[in-house]
Ligand binder design. Sequence first.
Ligand SMILES: CC(C)(COP(=O)(O)OP(=O)(O)OC[C@H]1O[C@@H](n2cnc3c(N)ncnc32)[C@H](O)[C@@H]1OP(=O)(O)O)[C@@H](O)C(=O)NCCC(=O)NCCS
Length: 170
Amino acid sequence: MDITEVTLKNGQKATLQMVRPEDKNLFLEGFSHLSEETKRQRFLGPKKELSPKELDFYSSPDDYNHIAYSVCIREPKAQGLGVARLVRLTKDGPTAELGILIVDKYQGQGIGSILMEAIIKRAKEVGIKNITGLMNNTNTPMIGLLKKFKIFEFQSAGEGLIEIKGTISI
Ligand SMILES: CC(C)(COP(=O)(O)OP(=O)(O)OC[C@H]1O[C@@H](n2cnc3c(N)ncnc32)[C@H](O)[C@@H]1OP(=O)(O)O)[C@@H](O)C(=O)NCCC(=O)NCCS
């Protein structure tokens, strides 16, 4: 994917691009400012830090089995605002797991929508048929975000969790 300029709801310009190994510092910086609530919603439990192994994995998508796009700003200093990813459950398989996180200060600015649109488009291109994931049933913004795309169904998974099932038609 080429770097694309996007406009947030507040009018601010940002860029949309594929995640690259050079972005590790942006990940670490962004992670260090996340609220406990945002981490709890994304990781479904407490998350103190990213291990070097996790960091390597998160920052080296191949855009086929692992799709990951970010929205960033470059000025006044480089900052990652959000990332969405799809990781196939099995190599070349039809089903991929969804992960998405927007930094607290930029939630509600349309970044989740921009990222979901980009990863769903790429999923279609590379033949991913199903999107799966788990989320807290209290995560109203995530439910609102997914409902916009009209391809997702929600099923209770017990213990306060909801299973997400997305179907991608070609
Ligand atoms: C959930 C999350 C990804 C949404 O991304 P976002 O950039 O904040 O969402 P957007 O601004 O694109 O909003 C998309 C839709 O979500 C819903 N939404 C967003 N913020 C909301 C809020 N505070 N309350 C209710 N609905 C909300 C709306 O329906 C909105 O639609 P609209 O654009 O037509 O108003 C983001 O808030 C986040 O990272 N949360 C913490 C981590 C997390 O929950 N990850 C998902 C784990 S499964």
